[in-house]
Design a protein around this ligand. Structure first.
Ligand SMILES: NC(=O)c1ccc[n+]([C@@H]2O[C@H](COP(=O)([O-])OP(=O)(O)OC[C@H]3O[C@@H](n4cnc5c(N)ncnc54)[C@H](O)[C@@H]3O)[C@@H](O)[C@H]2O)c1
Ligand SMILES: O=C(O)[C@H](O)COP(=O)(O)O
Length: 634
């Protein structure tokens, strides 16, 4: 049979592990055998019997007989069971009341479970009692469950098939369930399609037989274009996290329902082009270059998270042009970088790295020559942003005199002094620390002529970005002894992963601290980042919020309530808002709220509208000239 639109649609839905997250008989066992010495043993027997019946290795009726005998349950246990089951309705069923309301006449619950507990649960969703097909318990005079109504066709082997045959439904029939008995309906030719429901349990044997897997009810409703409460099933959103991003980011996104893949290494451009095709959310750190070529292949990409501060590795403009929003973690590792910088400057002023190298070769050289306190020394900070400013405060607490230079006016914190030029800062500082960002214009901002301006015996540190310093000039000044010591954490070329060798002219020079780009690599920072960035991206996917994005007009939107949210991203050319509103006016669409923000290149319009509108409205909005991307949310 082929589904057609004009035929009546019937939905045959299983109860245990589909409508609810659990098997009701297992729950009943927990209640009935609460204080029984063999409780655990019997529970696992019941679970095993359920599984055998569900995957088709034991006859259903036999399984039922054995389970009831083990149970020793009583009528008095049922209210507690019903209460428990009510709390354990599958999440996607709970959030799709619209579906139950729309199809209440043709949704049938067909279960091998028992009406005694199914009816009170499913009728709350508007399912009609006469559409509930299930077994019924038989009780003895003390209320003990002694058996089941053997005349009910559902207590027989192949019961669901027999029932469906008797019902003789005319129309398109969809079966949703987690068990083999649900598949058997389709196998018998009594349904158009069988969806293996895997939100609660995934039985491979059943999934293999199914027409499709439905990871939840949203997926089923989306695929079949049926009334639903959310616009797009979250299980369809694929997330790729690279460069060993902290596990808790993966967990946060999985909790949202996304499919998440976490890789330990960065990827090359070609590898990324291959992988990016079906990715909706990408998470990277400083080593993955998201080039315009990669972006061209990123057809489904909605959001990028830089799980670090720097975003120079991302072609922000290319992302913007494709309507891809980029977030970073602007503060989460600031403190970690500052602590490393403070530690390094103390070590370098005391010549510790050189001593360490010598001691490891057995050389004892106790001396105060070229060993200094940091107290009272002049610290020159280049780039007085979040890191530079925090370093300034901590260094002052150590008794240092702080000077800084920035290309924009920055408020001097504490007693710090602003320098008018880079040259001034270079010529007065005892310790120089770089904290500029990695924009292209900052390539080699410290080169030969800048080292020439520095004092003899200066300590030099770069924990910002590798390309901002001319390494050959740094090496020359270290070898000549002009620079007393250097701390370097970042390099123009860095290994892609921990297996690749680190190659640099800086290797083996005494009194140089070389660290593998770990300024922000502390447990605290990585945990903070893994909380901050996923939250931003999830908020964008769920509500359209772009607040604190690094490449999009920033909008902080109210919560979506009783409306559909239409998100229109377009080139910033005159008249787009007018065109959008003309479409709403022409189609008599009621606007609940509207928000617009633009930057130089793009405009971002959010319109919350009344839920009742024609699909043509959406098509017209998508077809407005200069539209970059359109998304609908509910
Ligand atoms: N080593 C690490 O692991 C690590 C960790 C975090 C950040 N970082 C790097 O540190 C950089 C700074 O971080 P932040 O949070 O302080 O960023 P930020 O954007 O808050 O500050 C950067 C500052 O540098 C200034 N600046 C830019 N170019 C300049 C120039 N040529 N001369 C003088 N000032 C200039 C900017 O105006 C800004 O005030 C990041 O962009 C990142 O590249 C490295
Ligand atoms: O930009 C940053 O935050 C730092 O360079 C740290 O990057 P990482 O996450 O790749 O260590």
């Amino acid at each position: 049979m082929n589904p057609t639109t004009d035929k009546q649609k019937y939905f045959i839905i299983d109860f245990d592990s589909t409508f609810t997250k659990v098997e009701a008989m297992d729950e009943l066992c927990q209640i009935a055998l609460q204080n029984h010495p063999e409780k655990n043993e019997r529970l696992s027997q019941i679970q095993s019997l359920t599984d055998q019946a569900m995957d088709g290795t034991l006859s259903f009726r036999e399984s039922l007989h054995q389970r009831i005998a083990i149970l020793e349950a009583n009528k008095s246990h049922l209210p507690e069971l019903i209460e428990k089951l009510g709390e354990k309705v599958s999440e996607s069923f709970k959030r799709n009341q619209t579906f139950f309301d729309t199809y209440k006449d043709t949704i049938l619950i067909v279960s091998s479970g028992f009406k005694d507990f199914i009816v009170p649960i499913v009728t709350k969703f508007g399912i009609k009692t006469e559409n509930i097909y299930a077994n019924e318990f038989e009780f003895d005079e003390d209320g003990k469950i002694k058996s089941f109504d053997a005349s009910n066709v559902l207590s027989e082997d192949n019961g669901k098939v027999k029932l469906l045959r008797n019902l003789n439904l005319q129309g398109d029939i969809y079966v949703i369930g987690d068990g083999y008995t649900d598949y058997e309906i389709k196998e018998a030719g009594l349904a158009n399609e069988f969806y293996a429901f895997t939100e609660n349990i995934k039985r491979d044997k059943v999934v293999d037989k199914a027409d499709r897997e439905a990871q939840n009810l949203d997926e089923f409703l989306y695929v079949n274009k049926l009334a639903r409460n959310i616009s797009y099933p979250k299980n369809r959103i694929k997330v790729l996290l690279l460069e060993n991003i902290h596990q808790s980011a993966k967990e946060a996104m999985e909790k949202e329902g996304y499919q998440v893949e976490l890789l330990t290494s960065a990827l090359t451009e070609d590898e990324l082009i291959e992988k990016i095709k079906d990715i909706s959310i990408l998470g990277i750190r400083s080593k993955t270059n998201l080039t315009s070529k990669v972006v061209e292949h990123a057809d489904r990409l909605l959001a990028v998270g830089a799980f670090c501060i720097g975003t120079n590795q991302i072609d922000l403009e290319a992302c913007q042009d494709r309507g891809i929003v980029v977030f970073n973690a602007p503060y989460s590792n600031t403190r970690s970088v500052v602590e490393l910088a403070i530690g390094e400057m103390i070590m370098l002023m005391r010549g510790v790295p050189k001593s360490v190298m010598e001691m490891h070769t057995g050389k004892w050289n106790k001396s105060a020559t070229n060993s200094f306190e940091v107290r009272g020394k002049k610290l020159g900070i280049i780039g007085y942003g979040n890191i530079g400013a925090q370093l300034s405060v901590v260094a002052e607490a150590l008794g240092m005199k702080v000077y800084f230079y920035d290309i924009v006016d920055r408020l001097a914190l504490g007693n710090a002094t602003m320098c008018d030029s880079l040259e001034e800062l270079l010529s007065i500082s005892d310790v120089i620390s770089l904290h500029v960002d990695g924009r292209t214009e900052n390539t080699n901002i410290i080169r030969k002529e800048h080292f020439d301006l520095m004092k003899e015996g200066v300590v030099f540190m770069n924990l910002a970005r590798g390309q901002v310093v001319d390494i050959a000039a740094l090496v020359e000044n270290l070898k000549s002894g002009k620079i007393l010591g250097a701390g370097v954490d970042v390099y123009p070329e860095e290994p892609k992963n921990n297996q690749e060798e680190f190659i640099s002219e800086l290797r083996q020079i005494p009194n140089v601290i070389l660290t593998p780009h770990v300024g922000g690599s502390t447990v605290e920072a990585q945990e903070n980042i893994a909380q901050f960035v996923p939250h931003k991206m999830i908020d964008y996917i769920n509500a359209g919020n772009t607040f604190s994005s690094v490449n999009f007009p920033e909008l902080q939107l109210p919560k979506l309530q009783n409306a559909h949210r239409l998100m229109h991203i377009h080139k910033n050319v005159p008249g787009i808002l007018a065109k959008i509103n003309q479409i709403f006016a022409k189609n008599e669409v009621n606007i609940v709220g509207q928000y617009l923000k633009t930057n130089e290149k793009i405009g971002y319009v959010i319109t919350d509208i009344n839920q009742k509108y024609h699909q043509e409205v959406i098509e017209e909005l998508k077809n407005i000239e200069d539209t970059i991307r359109f998304r609908i949310l509910y």
